[in-house]
Each structure stands twice: as C-alpha cells, then as structure tokens.
Design a protein around this ligand. Structure first.
Ligand code: RB5
Length: 154
C-alpha cells in the first residue's frame, strides 16, 4: 500500500456551505486533508489562509494545496507571494488540467461564487491526478529564476 498523499486545504468565509463537502470528496479520492481552517460565520481575510497553505506546500509538507475564496483570485495572488509556490486559478476543467500538466502548479485556487460544488470537485480531481509534462520544464525553470532575482526591473 502506498503512502497517503496529503492535501493542504483552506477557504475563506465564502466557502462555508461547500467546504465540508469538498473535504469529504478529497477523502473519498484517497487523500489525507490537512485543514488550515477558516473563520466560521465571520468574515475573514483570505491572505491569512493562503499563507498557511502556501507555507505547507513550499515546505513540502503536503503533495499539493487547494484554496477556495469567492473567485480563487485573491487566494492565488496571496499564495504566489510565497517562494516555491505556483498557484493557479482553475476556472474550468481545462484550466485545471493545464495548471497541473503545463504550469506545474502546486496549489489550485477555486471560486465558491463562480462554481458549483460539483464543478469544484470535478476540477479538483483533474488537477490532482494530471501529471506534469516534463517538456514544459524549461519554462518552469525560468519561473524559478525570476523568483530568485533580488529585484526585477519591471
Ligand atoms: C470576499 O468577499 C472575497 O473578496 C474573497 O472571497 C475573494 O473572492 C477574493 O478574491
């Protein structure tokens, strides 16, 4: 029996109605869910949760991360500030597939206001099971080089 892969997971308040279903879906797929929490019924700030998941991913504590806010955009912006993270908003099944297969994304960001639970689950399955295609490695290396730059004249 192989090792169970861990998924770092967090949402903001907008995902209150779907977050437990999403966690159960991940467990049904065979993953261990590390839930970095959310704020219950209160409004909270998505960067706080993006940071927790991003750190776990960047430190290789988990296989990949799943973040949900209203659109996925805020979570992705915040998570991408952490070195080693490639976070992608996946707004349909194709972008979930390409984010994993082409962009080597290690965090997917989803929108609770822009997708149904069923769409969220379908995208998660695709993202987590699509292998990275090595022919895209050179481009990922270039992203890592940008990350290493102390300053960017742009
Ligand atoms: C919260 O209202 C909302 O701004 C947040 O969930 C997210 O959509 C940001 O990108």
């Amino acid at each position: 029996m192989g090792t169970v892969k861990k998924i770092a997971f967090a949402t903001d308040h907008t995902a209150i109605e779907i977050r437990e279903n999403v966690k159960n879906y991940l467990k049904d797929l065979g993953y261990e869910v590390i839930d970095f929490g959310f704020c219950g019924n209160d409004s909270c700030d998505y960067p706080d949760y993006a940071l927790k998941v991003a750190k776990a991913v960047a430190n290789n504590e988990v296989y990949k991360g799943v973040l949900i806010c209203g659109t996925g955009i805020g979570m992705s912006i915040a998570a991408n500030k952490v070195k080693g993270v490639i976070a992608a908003v996946c707004w349909d099944e194709d972008t979930a597939r390409f984010a994993a297969g082409h962009n080597c994304a290690n965090i997917m960001c989803l929108g609770s206001r822009t997708a149904t639970l069923s769409q969220v689950c379908d995208r998660i399955k695709i993202f987590l099971t699509t292998p990275f295609q090595e022919r895209h490695s050179k481009r990922i290396e270039k992203i890592k080089q940008i990350e290493k730059m102390e300053s960017c004249a742009c």
